[in-house]
Design a protein around this ligand. Sequence first.
Ligand SMILES: [Fe+2]
Ligand SMILES: [Fe+2]
Length: 178
Amino acid sequence: MNEALEKVLAKKILTIGEPVLSSELFHKGYWQTHHKICSVGEHTLNVTTVALAHAMRINRGEKKVREDVVILAGLCHDLGIIGRDEKYKNDFQCGQCHAGDSVICAKEILPNLDEMTIDSIQNHMWPVTKTPPHYREGFLILSADKFSATAEWLAYLSHRDIHGKAKELIRKACMIKK
Ligand SMILES: [Fe+2]
Ligand SMILES: [Fe+2]
């Protein structure tokens, strides 16, 4: 991604995602390891930036997907996984239950969350869970999640970090120290 695009991504995510980014739970996610190399918070920003970049590409010329839904669903999709060792018996239970728990956490931060965003969070684990997303926005989250998880594992295996200007700008703006 070029720097100009990264700045646009960061600005949109910081503006629309502010209630989530400033929440205590989101900050807590920066202290929980995820996919070996990163934290839940880092993975969440990977997913959100990748999904939003894809949404903006689709929206060139004509608005076809809701970027606000992509941002909020991206930022909230794994909130339920925070505290996984205390909440779930094993990885299977975590895989089956955390998406629904993320919806509960997201509603605590954003009580008026709309149906499309809820559906996109709830079904982001498909096909591990039974129901696929009902909206294009949900498929953007789902594919960005799988892409990011793969990139995070590859980064771990090659002993490197995943850098991104957009993530750096968001972290600085939210005073996340990692
Ligand atoms: Fe997840
Ligand atoms: Fe995820």
